[in-house]
Write a protein that binds this ligand. Structure first.
Ligand code: ZN
Ligand code: FE
Length: 255
């Protein structure tokens, strides 16, 4: 049995996700960006919402939570460290926990930085990784709450997952992430190839998500903060990877 993932647009540039455990029919919305978009996706698939998993407290990820919970009487799980900022959580999760959706087991990773309590959901068996705003294709979320050291450690732990892992992130930011990445790492063949693919996908009106973790390991500068080439781009030869990560994050902020 397996997990089927439905990807759809929500709000202006969010992605909504439904994940469906085929063995039991349980269906989770990963984050709750917009009730209408989630309802339409459910109708289209013929699925009934049983669960909502929240990655972090930002409004564009939780706004539809109360409405969906009332309509479908779902179980809602989310980050323990942000439970004071998110109304309606039934199950509180932190790094090292697991949560089941029928026969599918998700491992919880901490990915602090964008928000301090941000969590990520990993279905290791199926190779699906729901990253919210912690990790994007060719980028990471803005560092609103955290500091570079823990943020780097968080994404480094995700980098250790298998190459075949599919990344489902919270936003379609890939094209602008690609432009920045190319500006600091122009000779990276894997990056150039991914950037070209992204240009084609967007031209055709298609999603760049899910992204393949194996490609991201080679192309996403934030997953390569321990690469000597990126360190020297910032004049940081020999510096700690967290310092290079901070320089890349700052570079993107000002790009
Ligand atoms: Zn966010
Ligand atoms: Fe967001």
């Amino acid at each position: 049995m397996a997990l089927i993932v439905d990807v759809f647009e929500a709000r202006s540039d969010n992605y909504g996700y439904l994940a469906h455990d085929t063995a039991t029919g349980r269906t989770v919305a990963i984050d709750a960006p917009e009730a209408g978009a989630i309802r339409t996706a459910l109708l289209h698939r013929g699925w009934t919402l049983t669960d909502i998993f929240i990655t972090h407290h930002h409004l564009d990820h939780v706004e539809a939570l109360a409405e969906l919970k009332a309509e479908f009487v779902t179980r809602v799980a989310g980050p323990r460290a942000e439970s004071d900022k998110i109304d309606g959580l039934d199950i509180l999760l932190e790094a090292g926990d697991t949560i089941a959706l029928g026969e599918t087991i998700f491992d919880i990773y901490a990915a602090p930085g964008h928000t301090l309590g941000h969590i990520v959901f990993s279905d290791k068996v199926g190779g699906h990784l729901f990253t919210g705003d912690a990790l994007f294709s060719l980028g990471v979320g803005r560092m609103f709450e955290g500091t570079p050291g823990p943020m780097w450690e968080g994404v480094k732990a995700l980098r250790a997952l298998p190459d075949a892992t599919l990344i489902y992130c919270g936003h379609e930011y890939t094209a602008s992430n690609a432009a920045f990445a190319l500006s600091i790492d122009p000779d990276n063949a894997a990056l150039r190839q991914r950037a070209a693919e992204v240009t084609e996908l967007r031209k055709a009106g298609r999603f760049t998500i899910p992204a393949l973790l194996g490609t991201e390991k080679q192309a996403n500068p934030f997953l390569r903060a321990d690469d000597p080439g990126l360190a020297s781009h910032y004049g940081l030869q020999g510096a700690a990877p967290a310092e290079v990560f901070a320089a890349i994050r700052k570079g993107k902020d000002n790009f």
